[in-house]
Write a protein that binds this ligand. Structure first.
Ligand code: GLU
Length: 426
């Protein structure tokens, strides 16, 4: 199913459990603004190369647009639209005062030098400067973008507007108005969701087993947090391979190996595997491991109609955006696998982005403890409310999360009048 059809499927499933006005439905099914831009970049060899970039504002009924910017060779406008829609629902599910947006550039950032990357990032802001702003649409990091890039973007916005406006972008370096806790926020938030829900989802093992697909910022950090909290992380993968050890991996060692040599597999030198009771798998095999918790934390479409039947996990927590397709959702539901949706599980990132934006606009600087406490409170509450809603409606958690989000978006849209206000005869 194309990514964009996902939007209609998700909304339609939620409609059975929430009463929203026709106006809300009409507005939610269409993006408010879609922009594609060309970004000319002077390369180190003197040549000029043009990259295609996008920014989509899906909906801003509840506040300024909010959502990251992704650098990836496979970025397309449809993907950015889907991601912007999910951001709209994520911000509403967590009751953040934002709408939803997303950006992307079709580029393999690993093939650029640091200076080329900087020119591209400043060029992106040159191209979208009229579309973003602290009260309009606020970008942030996403796949393969990071605090340094956000810092360049804020600086470029300052050059263009001749005003220091740190609230134009979140996920900045601490020294440039970033927030404590932002760089680990996605995984920190996911940890609270997992820890709050795992017992309620029927997993009562003392050390639940975990497999993590994707070992980027979020994947490596969630594996670390769960390992430290006594969960048994039995497998992790990157795009090349997966390492698996039934007694549990030494997650800090895997992290060191990934940082040092670029692959999780390099944690084992020759002969080590047997001694450690471990094996190296194809990354696709990780999806089929018999574990309590499966955590897709890479890209969309990791679990599809083609491999959902292979899933043997009891629960799936979506740390990536859109890793389980609607068809796969149905298959997993039939197999009684509980799927905890992205718009809840990975909402810690945008929640701390909100904290950063609040600090930037108030001039306050919060401590790491303050941020951690506030994040925990938000995530635990949202997880409990959405779980309770799913239980009382007898629906999937994803459906409950969407119903919850659509209800809030609907309130904001209807506050200005809807068909029942303006309709004939009233
Ligand atoms: N890219 C992250 C997400 O998908 C964070 C967005 C933000 O902080 O605005 O949720």
């Amino acid at each position: 199913m194309p990514l964009l059809d996902d939007i209609r499927t998700r909304v339609e499933a939620a409609l059975e459990h929430v009463d929203i006005s026709p106006d809300t439905l009409e507005l939610l099914l269409h993006p408010k603004a879609v922009h594609t831009v060309s970004i000319p970049v002077r390369m180190d060899d003197g040549s000029l190369r043009t990259f295609e970039g996008h920014r989509v504002l899906w909906n801003d009924s509840r506040g300024p647009g909010k959502g990251g910017i992704r650098y990836h060779p496979d970025v397309t406008i449809d993907e950015v639209k889907a991601l912007a829609f999910w951001m709209t629902c994520k911000c509403a599910a967590l009751d953040l005062p934002f709408g939803g947006a997303k950006g992307g550039v079709a580029v393999d950032p690993k093939k650029l030098s640091k200076l080329e990357l900087q020119r591209l990032s400043r060029g992106y802001v040159d191209a979208v400067a009229d579309l973003i702003g602290p009260d309009v649409d606020v970008p942030a990091p996403d796949v393969y973008t990071n605090p340094m890039i956000m810092g360049w973007m804020m600086d470029q916005y300052r050059t263009i507007t001749r005003r220091i406006q740190p609230g134009v972008v979140t996920g900045k370096p601490l020294s440039m108005g970033g927030s404590q806790g932002r760089s680990t926020a996605t995984a920190d938030g996911a940890f609270h969701v997992i820890d709050t829900l795992i017992g309620k989802l029927g997993v009562d093992a003392e050390a639940p087993t975990v497999a993590v697909q994707g070992f980027g910022n979020a994947g490596a950090q969630i594996a670390t947090l769960l390992h430290e909290a006594g969960y048994r992380v039995v497998a992790v993968s990157d795009s090349r391979s997966a390492v698996h050890a039934e007694d549990g991996l030494d997650v800090p060692a895997v992290r060191r190996a990934k940082e040092g040599n670029g692959s999780v597999e390099s944690v084992y030198s020759e002969g080590d595997l047997e001694r450690c009771g471990a094996d190296v798998l194809d990354p696709d095999e990780l999806i089929a491991l018999d574990v309590d918790i499966l955590i897709p934390s890479a890209l969309e479409n990791a679990i599809t109609a083609d491999n959902a039947d292979d899933v043997r996990a009891r629960t799936v927590f979506e740390v990536a955006n859109g890793p389980v397709t609607p068809e796969a959702d149905e298959i997993l539901a039939r197999k009684d696998v509980a799927v905890v949706p992205d718009i809840l599980t990975n909402a810690g990132g945008v929640t701390v982005s909100w904290f950063e934006w609040v600090q930037n606009r108030s001039g306050l600087v919060w401590s790491a403890e303050e941020v951690a406490d506030k994040l925990r409170g938000r995530m635990v509450d949202a997880a409990e409310v959405i779980h309770a809603r799913a239980s009382s409606a007898g629906s999937a958690l994803r459906v409950a999360a969407y119903a919850h989000a659509l209800e809030r978006i609907g309130e904001a849209i209807d506050a200005q009048g809807s068909v029942s206000t303006f309709g004939a005869g009233e």
